[in-house]
Design a protein around this ligand. Structure first.
Ligand code: NAP
Length: 280
């Protein structure tokens, strides 16, 4: 199959590596010529250009640009495509993208691979990034079945675990398990850096080990992505942050009241509930 990838960064570059290894012909487009050259050099794409018209022969196009550019990119891209081309995206927020992109292009299927690293750019592209990871498709009632089937087949080739939901459900769910953790982790790093005693701060930095590494990872990642999550999933994220703040307030109250019994009950419940979120 001729597959186009638009935006050759961490996600686009990684998709290219895996889909190409399944025998597909991958046509890449990115903003910078140097990125196009690097994508060819690492074997992520067969050919690449900074010009969108190279995608005219693609049967499917994955839009992998930064979140805020997905809709404007679809708008520009479709002027070069035959009506049969299936367009899908990998954006971390779905409702605002799917609403507009579906109205612009009948054969549009919203998607989101739940995989990533703290790195960005084509240099960060990895093989097998999507294996055993969730990949959510968010079709609407008007999305053609044939387009869903084509994207579904490619996602299966990546070795991902496929899920379907409405765009709004996706945004509410990822707000809890992806966007809220980024904000909480960012606040954790900022709070630690607020330590007023320079010696204590330096000691804390020396003593930080696996616990801090785990809890600070997502808050110390791509700044642009963090802002995009907040901007495009604002309502769901504010609701999740409010829920988080309520729970934090409860914990503060219990510690102030030295109510160790109730605090222990919270930790016991969490210990039971965490495995429901972490499925290896
Ligand atoms: P990234 O590594 O920064 O890659 C984005 C790439 O898009 C850049 O390398 C850039 O290439 C290219 N680009 C920027 N503007 C462009 C334009 N106008 N036209 C064509 N290409 C352009 O970001 P990413 O992490 O792969 O994220 C890409 C998308 O994946 C986002 O929508 C994000 O929501 C989604 N996503 C990210 C993750 C994650 O954990 N990172 C996970 C799932 C989904 P140049 O080098 O040519 O400038």
């Amino acid at each position: 199959m001729n597959i186009g990838i638009l935006g050759l960064g961490l996600i686009g570059g990684s998709l290219g590596l895996d889909l190409r290894s399944h025998g597909h012909h991958i046509i890449g487009v990115s903003r910078r010529t140097s990125t196009c050259q690097a994508a060819v050099a690492i074997g992520s794409v067969d050919e690449a250009s900074v010009n969108l018209n190279i995608l005219a022969s693609a049967e499917v196009v994955f839009i992998c640009t930064p979140l805020g550019l997905i809709v404007p990119t679809v708008e520009q891209l479709i002027t070069f495509l035959p009506a049969t081309t299936v367009v899908t995206d990998v954006g971390s927020v779905k409702s605002p993208i799917v609403r507009v992109a579906s109205s612009l292009w009948h054969n549009f299927v919203g998607g989101h691979p739940m995989a990533g690293t703290a790195e960005s750019g084509i240099e960060a592209a990895l093989r097998n990034l999507f294996v055993n990871r969730p990949y959510v498709l968010t079709p609407t009632p008007t999305t053609p079945k044939s387009a869903i089937t084509i994207v579904e087949g490619l996602v299966k080739e990546l070795g991902s675990n496929l899920y379907y939901c409405a765009p709004e459900q996706h945004d509410n769910a990822v707000s809890w398990i992806s966007h809220l953790p980024v904000m909480v982790s960012a606040a954790l790093i900022a709070a630690c850096m607020g330590e007023g005693d320079a010696d204590v701060l330096q000691l804390a930095q020396c003593l930080a080990s696996s616990g801090f590494k785990d809890t600070s990872r997502v808050g110390g990642g791509n700044p642009e992505l963090g802002v995009m999550m907040a901007k495009y999933n604002r309502d769901a994220l504010l609701s999740s942050l409010q829920g988080y703040r309520n729970n934090l307030d409860t914990i503060i109250d219990l510690i102030e009241q030295e109510n160790w019994q109730h605090l222990a009950e919270i930790f016991q419940k969490n210990q039971l509930n965490r495995p429901n979120f972490i499925k290896d």
